[in-house]
Design a protein around this ligand. Structure first.
Ligand code: CU
Length: 127
């Protein structure tokens, strides 16, 4: 029984370390965000988890907005979508991101902590 428990926790640890089909880290001067998803990102709807820390501590109760945009391209206008992420506690947030086409999307993550300065973290993803 003890061995079984160990086995389960090993499997869970493996899953939490390697289970994400998508993972990317982005940092600003003060804030680190780890983006991850259980499924690979696709054109259409995606559920993305954002884990936020400041000075190594989970950043709770922040207002988190994710802006995804693609600059204008030949024959294609500028595209943008903006969503609010909801807090799951422990510095973890969840956002529903919809990408209308493949290519490189710029992401700006706007974080407004309960106390302290607003932060913008920039990254990008490829579809
Ligand atoms: Cu485009």
């Amino acid at each position: 029984m003890k061995l079984f428990g160990l086995l389960i926790s090993a499997v869970l640890a493996w899953t939490s370390l390697h289970g994400a089909a998508f993972e990317k880290e982005a940092v600003s001067r003060t804030t680190k965000v780890t983006l991850s998803a259980d499924k690979p990102l696709v054109v259409g709807n995606n559920t993305v988890t954002l884990t936020l820390t400041q000075k190594g501590k989970a950043l709770n109760d922040a207002q988190v907005v994710v802006k995804a945009f693609m600059p204008a391209m030949p024959g294609m206008p500028y595209m943008e979508s903006k969503v609010n992420a909801s807090s799951l506690g422990e510095g973890v947030y969840r956002a529903a991101l919809n990408f209308s086409m493949g290519g490189t999307w710029q992401l700006h993550i706007f974080v407004t902590p309960k106390e302290g300065k607003k932060v913008r973290i920039k990254t990008s993803i490829n579809l």
